[in-house]
Design a protein around this ligand. Structure first.
Ligand SMILES: [Zn+2]
Length: 277
């Protein structure tokens, strides 16, 4: 079932978070993904964060915003291969035609962020979009494709044909929109900072994957490529978010993944902003 997208405003910029899909992980899924502690530790951390380990889930939260004359999408979900795939329907519910999307910013090149760019027969889902990705991420993506079955090679070719801009990891994208470096989960992962009329939003991509990582930024999932670096990025970005009190979003937290980070005696605390009923 497609969930009603969550709309909000940052300064003058209308924003929308669309849920591409949500999978139930439960205790078993967390244990499979997180090797650093015990089930009892995870259970306590989930409880203290106001969630239940048995109901642990992974959402795909996709941000759409209209800025500087452009309709920008941040990541594109997994396109139903095999997870996600609800993005087009979610956009439709919000009255948005995929043809309106003029720019897709990719935080990194994992399948749950890029497969939604194309249909199963490699037709672009956003026919008028060009794409932005970090240079560093493209280098590691191409290496990964070379050493695997290469099933994403046609996707990279399509992006390059359609207009792919490779940017440094800290760089302006559009007036009011810029990339910030968040390496570790992948070498070239970027977060997105939106600023308008003194308000701002920080999209933290896959800086973390579970609400228990606020209290325990030292815990990393097995799919963080460089955990030493991902822990350092996590601590630094969470500290900055807590100090500035800025509105923050995370791709994999419970929908819409929007809230504020607070500093507490032990690590950090997540204060989610729930959608209006
Ligand atoms: Zn992800």
């Amino acid at each position: 079932m497609t969930v009603q997208p969550y709309s909000f405003q940052v300064g003058d910029v209308p924003c929308l978070i669309v849920l591409d899909g949500a999978s139930m992980l439960g205790a078993e899924g967390i244990l499979k993904r997180f090797p650093d502690a015990t089930e009892a530790d995870y259970r306590t951390a989930y409880q203290e964060a106001g969630f239940s380990l048995d109901e642990a889930q992974s959402c795909f939260n996709i941000l759409l915003l209209r800025i500087a004359g452009e309709t920008v999408l941040v990541d594109a979900g997994q396109g139903g291969r095999p997870r996600g795939g609800q993005l087009p329907e979610g956009l439709k519910m919000a009255g948005i035609d995929p043809a309106e999307v003029s720019l897709v910013v990719l935080t990194h090149a994992h399948v749950d962020h890029v497969w939604g760019l194309v249909s199963a027969d490699n037709v672009p889902v956003f026919p008028n979009a060009r794409y932005v990705l970090s240079e560093m991420e493209m280098v590691s993506w191409k290496k990964r494709i070379e050493s695997s079955s290469g099933d994403q090679a046609p996707l990279v070719e399509l992006l390059e044909d359609r207009g792919l801009e490779l940017i440094p990891m800290d760089a302006p994208i559009l007036p009011g929109l810029s990339a910030v470096s968040l390496p570790g989960h992948t070498p070239g992962q970027i977060g997105i900072v939106l600023e308008s009329r003194g308000q701002s939003l920080r999209h933290m991509a896959d800086l973390l994957h579970s609400p228990m990582q606020f209290a325990h930024p030292e815990w990393s999932p097995t799919f963080d490529v460089d955990t030493r670096l991902s822990v350092a990025s996590r601590r630094a970005a969470l500290a900055q978010a807590a100090e500035s009190g800025v509105l923050t979003m995370f791709y994999h937290l419970p929908f819409p993944g929007l809230g504020r980070v607070k500093r507490v005696a032990q690590g950090f605390l997540w204060e989610p902003l729930h959608p209006a009923p």
